[in-house]
Design a binder for this molecule. Sequence first.
Ligand code: GLA
Length: 393
Amino acid sequence: MQTDARSLYEQHFGRPPRVVARAPGRVNLIGEHTDYNSGLVLPGGIDRHVEVACGEPGAPGFILHAPDLAETHRASGPPTTRGGGVADYVAGMITALLGGEEDAFRRSCPRGLGVLVTGTVPRASGLSSSAALLVATGLAVHRLLERSIRPLELARLCQRVENDFVGVRSGIMDPFASAHARKGSLLLLDCRDLTHQEIPFPSRKAEVLVLDTRVERRLGETGYNRRREECEEAVAALRTTLAPVTCLRDVDLEMLQKARPSLGEVLFRRASHVVTENRRVTETVRHLRAGDLEAVGRILRESHASLARDYEVSCPELDLVVETAGTCEGVLGARMTGAGFGGCALALARKGAGDDALPRIAHVFRERFSREGAFFRVELTGEPRVEEGSCAT
Ligand code: GLA
């Protein structure tokens, strides 16, 4: 895939961009569906990214070109699209920064605004292509307007855009991970107070494999928003039995058992996943620090079982790749990653084990579903960056 946003911009607009920004996708080693419950997550930026080039096409108005998706959008003033695609993320960020008023847009971009989007993060697959797009767009537009923004503020802004403009009630994890990604590290983020610690990933001993089922899911159209509502309903039900609970982070398994009659079976299972998943994040970090990768693998397998059985966000394709990975030599554990309902799983493997495991999983997947998934290694080397004029690789 062509990822040089600068030359693609030049080809399309006939002049160089003023700014190019790049932001990584992420894998989340563990801590799934915990971020919007004020819980713990452990993502890391990967060597797949979204690149956004911005400049002045010379005429007033807005033009967005995304060659990978063969999409082009034009507006005579500020962007207004809400068709549900890439353009919404870019339009949402520009509207958030410039206010969406014709006059303000013309004052800030008197010679128009041209945006080109390209990248290597597979779309809608659970590797955070949307957050990477938002972070890259936010960085590029800030630099273009000669404004600055700290990573945490940028992550919050991206979340607001996705919640309010795009209409997906996503949590803070993905934009936070993309905006704060550090080479070689996972980020242990506490979504209650937004403090984080870098946890080194043992890349000399282990590797992360991505098992992309290519089952596409659009977050807004699936059960993602519904899962959030269920967590809110669980908190409301818990409050009737256990007074000061404000989020599932405040809850433990004993409390859940006591409140089981008022929760009902479904909400009990949803809440159980969240409560046990927070504990799994803490345990994973402890084992990573102690170098016990077998134990980390075991926890990944438990996480997948909980997501499939209690949170019900897996699907047959994800279950198959996770199960098959578990039978491969050197694979320590696997689980779905991201929102679920399709997309990717990840596997933690001993260094080099992917050489045999990846083709084997691909083969089993092809045999079972008569189509191709995408199975590859990722390195935790993603970092966001922004440069004037170009973005050297
Ligand atoms: C998506 C959302 C995140 C998070 C995960 C599930 O990636 O964008 O905020 O909720 O799903 O852990």
